[in-house]
Design a binder for this molecule. Structure first.
Ligand code: GLU
Ligand code: ZN
Length: 299
């Protein structure tokens, strides 16, 4: 089947692959099979101080062990500075970028809006000139209200105007922000559909604004529910037992992990062992639930 469908795996090598990543990766892999498309492996390693040596290789190994293979890459964001630089210039020339010298503390003190999940909204202090010229500036994107809405393929309508505040494209220490790098890479790699965890829903309106400012085609988005613990807390590195590696170390089989994830996605009635290939015929992206999955390690 010929197809232009392209999606990607975009792990951050800042820790081990855990069940939440594996669940999103399974959906991504199944969707690519459903559409006869291709998957690019992109390693999101721009935040160099947070990169853990060896983590990318460990994540590749976990993907292979689970049977969730990719078609192209890996591409490392750490080797893409020039592309980000070019995009930044383009945005700057078009008037979307300004320097900001506010610290996190400054912003927390000035921001009057209620602080939600995202922390305080940047109030635009430096839009017409930096507040503290003696400091090294970060570069911000003018994110006009109302923020764009979009139709998520899993969670449905995401409303217009739900997020706001000019956001950082490059930090004062020179590190590229995720929002810029991810758009530049998704656009250049010809990604037609982005599948990722629901923690990134609120980033999507920002990314859509960057696509538009760069005059690039906006891909479709599908945000998969997170895996949480019994208290409803998102899995993180603190939850060691949920690392894919821990299952392997305990002698569990990849089919057992896939079985658990398949059931959590409503693809199977039980958590019986199964291979990803066996799930292809019963998979439809629109049928999976966007809600989070509470994993009980004792079940
Ligand atoms: N690197 C991000 C993560 O591991 C995913 C970013 C994305 O898919 O856009 O959570
Ligand atoms: Zn500022």
């Amino acid at each position: 089947m010929t197809s232009t469908y392209r999606t990607r795996f975009a792990p951050s090598p800042t820790g081990r692959m855990h069940l939440g990543h594996a669940r999103t990766a399974l959906v991504t892999w199944l969707r690519a099979q459903e559409r006869g498309g291709r998957i690019v492996m992109r390693v999101e390693d721009i935040d160099r101080p947070r990169v853990v040596p060896g983590a990318a290789d460990a994540i590749f190994r976990d993907h292979e062990w689970l049977g969730l293979h990719w078609d192209e890459g890996p591409i490392f964001q750490s080797s893409r500075d020039e592309a980000y630089e070019r995009a930044l210039h383009e945005l700057r020339d078009a008037g979307w970028v300004y320097s900001c010298t506010c610290s996190r503390k400054d912003i927390a003190e000035i921001a009057s809006a209620p602080h939600g999940d995202e922390g305080p909204r940047y109030p635009g202090t430096c839009r017409n000139g930096v507040a503290k010229p003696e400091r090294a500036p970060s570069l911000r994107f003018r994110f006009d209200d109302p923020s764009p809405g979009f139709d998520d393929l899993v969670s449905g309508e995401y409303p217009e105007g739900a997020v706001g505040g000019d956001f950082v494209l490059r930090r004062a220490d020179g590190i590229w922000a995720y929002q810029l790098a991810v758009v530049v890479d998704d656009a250049e790699e010809g990604i037609t559909e982005v599948i990722r965890g629901a923690d990134l829903l609120s980033s999507t309106p920002r990314q859509i604004a960057i696509y538009r400012a760069l005059g690039r085609l906006v891909p479709r988005f599908a945000h998969v529910g997170l895996v949480v613990d019994s208290a409803g807390t998102r899995l993180s590195k603190r939850h060691g037992a949920t690392a894919v590696e821990s299952f392997r170390d305990l002698g569990r089989q990849p089919e057992e992990v896939i079985g658990l994830l398949a059931q959590s996605l409503g693809l199977t009635a039980t958590a019986a062992s199964i291979r990803p290939e066996e799930l292809v015929s019963r998979f439809a992206l629109g049928d999976i639930s966007g809600s989070s999955f509470a994993w009980d390690p004792n079940a």
